[in-house]
Design a protein around this ligand. Structure first.
Ligand code: NAG
Ligand code: NAG
Ligand code: NAG
Ligand code: NAG
Length: 489
């Protein structure tokens, strides 16, 4: 459905047009965790020094023990690390604790647990009506050994013809180079699967169909999508039988849009590129953020519906490594939750983790104690999930209502996605800002609940919502009549 068609319809209409699996995901929100770093089975607070890039001991059984925590934050899906067996041993960039260095796609990574453990996780999630998203890598295997038979330990791709000849990617503007040369550097190069080779293609297609069935997987996050030829993906995505969302690491919607035609959705990197700079300082460009969203809405196959909306992930420095201003941090965390895509929170954001670039952004969550009481960002995340759930419950059309920008100034921005209205500012906790929002469907006198403060305000006699920021914090409004339990206690 095109964005203009959606706009032409009244909001709060019944939704129906996206494929079922995408649609089932669209109403959810995802907690992204690194399996090795999220939870130790049986508790424990073993130290985990990110700098070492070594396995720290997190596992599927550990995740199961902490599903209450994730669910309590309001999430109904998790995205876990790649599950297949990786290369063992230490490289100059440490061990394969992240899971992105496959060795054998037919075996599981034993560091994270057994087949039985993964199935137990899948079952435990489904018993709670939560979804399991598994990260997968098709583009490459781990670094091969330097010998006359470099691929002998890989399974099932163990021949030179199964991989592109060695060359490290140097020119990111040359798509052939991007697709056929190797990621990494001359110390650790990642064996680039030859996804033009019929045996490799056939093997991957049947592997993914079986993998999703065997572990009852509900969705796939696909790594390094832009490094594989586009026409590999449609059949792969269809055969998986589940929702597929891909990493196309690029800031330009004109580049990213083509991939929205070959898999179900993309992680919304173009918006991410504008998000941190927009809020990091009071001179950040909020118009540039609005503009990139608008471009994606107009050019992606289903607009931003079905995309993955995020502010942090394991590949980028955390926002609090760039600023310690909690008001700015709250603005950034809020944005994906009023976005047209599926909101994704990276584990540790709720605990205020501050890690910089990889490997520092891969901290162990057990060191936080999973404390919820009195944690400002934990409360903030709970409010975001509660408000979005209430919006969906009140108004099924919410999920196919494109977000619109009702006012963007140098330091403020209003994002409306009926029945939610989010007010943003980049002035920071020492700054002042206010909003006068017009153009909503709310008639004079309508009472609105601001879900972070739990204050109720009324739309004024001209239909304007007037609001003043408290210490640079964002605000989020929903009609006071909406079924939201966040403010009732
Ligand atoms: C592989 O081994 C050969 C012979 O020992 C050596 O000359 C070459 O530099 C090595 N290559 C890498 C990438 O380590
Ligand atoms: C693009 O990259 C490929 C693979 O590395 C190379 O063979 C080709 O010459 C490059 N093309 C241009 C125009 O640089
Ligand atoms: C902010 O971004 C908009 C949209 O990309 C652009 O037109 C404008 O020039 C930018 N403003 C500044 C001050 O850079
Ligand atoms: C706010 O102002 C105070 C006093 O000048 C200063 O100490 C503090 O660092 C400022 N906070 C931020 C987040 O800029």
């Amino acid at each position: 459905m095109s964005v203009s068609r959606v706009l032409a319809l009244a909001t709060c209409f019944a939704a129906s047009s996206l494929a079922a699996s995408v649609w089932e995901w669209q109403s959810r929100s995802i907690y992204q965790l690194l399996t090795d770093r999220f939870s130790l089975e049986g508790g424990g607070t073993t130290e985990c020094i990110t700098d070492y890039r070594k396995y720290c001991g997190g596992s599927y059984r550990g995740i199961i023990e902490k599903l209450d925590y994730i669910q309590d934050l309001g999430f109904d899906a998790i995205w876990i690390s790649p599950i297949v067996a990786n290369i063992e041993g230490v490289t100059v960039y440490g061990e394969a604790f992240h899971g992105y260095w496959a060795q054998d796609i037919y075996s599981l990574n034993p560091h994270f647990g057994s087949e039985e453990d993964l199935l137990a996780l899948s079952n435990a999630l489904h018993e709670r009506d939560m979804y399991l998203m598994v990260d997968i890598v098709v583009n490459h295997f781990g670094p091969p050994v330097n010998s006359s038979t470099p691929y002998a330990s890989f399974r099932p791709f163990d021949k030179p013809s199964h991989f592109h000849p060695y060359c490290i990617i140097t020119d990111y503007n040359n798509q052939t180079d991007v697709e056929q040369c190797w990621l990494g550097d001359n110390k650790v190069g990642l064996a680039d699967a030859n996804t033009e080779n019929p045996f490799v293609v056939k093997t991957y297609y049947s592997w993914i169909r079986h993998l999703t069935q065997k572990y009852d997987i509900d969705g796939l996050r696909i790594d390094t999508v832009k490094h594989v030829r586009k026409d590999f993906w449609p059949a792969f995505s269809t055969l998986s039988g589940v929702y597929t969302v891909g990493e196309v690491y690029h800031g330009d919607t004109a580049y990213v849009k083509d991939y929205t035609y070959v898999i179900d959705g993309v992680l919304d990197y173009p918006t991410w590129y504008q998000l941190f700079p927009a809020f990091q300082t009071s001179t950040g460009n909020l118009s540039a953020l609005a503009e990139v969203v608008h471009k994606a809405q107009l050019t992606y196959k289903t607009g931003l519906f079905g995309s993955g909306a995020f502010s942090e992930n394991h590949d980028q420095p955390r926002f609090p490594s760039l600023t310690s201003d909690t008001a700015r941090i709250k603005n950034v965390i809020t944005f994906p939750f009023i976005h047209d895509g599926i909101p994704i929170l990276y584990y540790g954001q709720e605990q205020g983790y501050t890690g910089g670039n990889d490997p520092y952004n891969r901290e162990a969550l057990w060191l936080s104690g999973y404390v919820e009481e009195g944690k400002e960002l934990v409360d903030h995340v709970k409010a975001l999930n509660a408000a979005r759930k209430a919006a969906i419950a009140t108004c099924p059309g919410y999920l196919l209502t494109p977000m619109t920008f009702l006012g963007v100034t140098a330091t403020t921005m209003a994002v409306y996605k009926h029945p939610l209205l989010a007010l943003f500012t980049n002035v920071g906790s020492n700054g002042t800002a206010s909003w006068n929002v017009q153009g909503t469907e709310w008639t004079p006198g309508t009472e609105l609940l601001e879900v972070f403060s739990c204050n109720v305000v009324a739309v004024d006699e001209t239909g304007t919502l007037k609001a003043t920021a408290v210490g640079g914090q964002p605000q989020l409004y929903i009609p006071a009549s909406a079924p939201i339990n966040h403010c009732s206690s």
